[in-house]
Design a protein around this ligand. Sequence first.
Ligand code: SAM
Length: 272
Amino acid sequence: MNGCLYIVATPIGHLSDLSQRAIETLREVDAILAEDTRQSAVLLRAHGIATRCESLHEHNETALAARLVERLQAGARLALISDAGTPLISDPGYRLVAAARAAGVTVSPIPGACALVAALSASGLPTDRFCFEGFLPAKTGERRAALQALKSEPRTMVFYESPHRLKETLEDAAAIFGDQREAALARELTKRFETILTLPLAALAQRVAQDADQQRGECVLIVSGAKESTSDALALGQRLYAELSKELPPSRAAKVAAQIAGVAKRELYGAS
Ligand code: SAM
């Protein structure tokens, strides 16, 4: 008899955002695999869930996956939860799910809260096409390079960000994507101090720099994609700059390429 691995979404703040099916599943399984068993205990107690919890986090997942799959194959029903939101979304669980599916075990999602979807749905930015970028690198140079690589991305971009790095990330994003690119900052969703600001990047960076409250708590940053025409013009500018800089000093090459392509000169410097 095969068991089942349930991937159960838990709230991202408000304890009531746990679905009835999630509650029933968490009550009925043989064990709950939790990222931080002490943190999950608060949620489980609030919903009268007394199921035994076992620890599964990024540091022990690889070591435990094979044994967990054996238990599932022997008929165990296990539920995976993370500290908040949907497991595997910037959270542990990928290795276990991949191993379970490879072994033919049923993996079934119990959907619910996810910060990126909650933020996007209330941001007022285009939702028809988007990409999730997770956390940007912590080091300044790597973060700027990651943003630079996304400069011409036409889809709405969603990032998770630490409140300690938010101010710098917004300043970098404004410098790289342009001051006027629309963005949204969704903070403390479903919690007491929930705020969602939708502003051009430079104005958003300024607002966050001036308001220490905006640098606290959990946040999702959303940046609208490059306009197709902008990304076309930028791509042309970059090609011209690459060719011209073989013959001209970089500053002169950037100036000429920018004039022909109709983009700002400073957009070409860091781009090549
Ligand atoms: N698995 C989670 C999910 O489904 O969204 C995400 C886990 S990730 C380790 C934590 C990050 O998600 C935070 O740093 C923040 O960027 C975002 N996040 C989680 N809860 C949030 C909330 N209530 N409001 C805004 N962002 C939140």
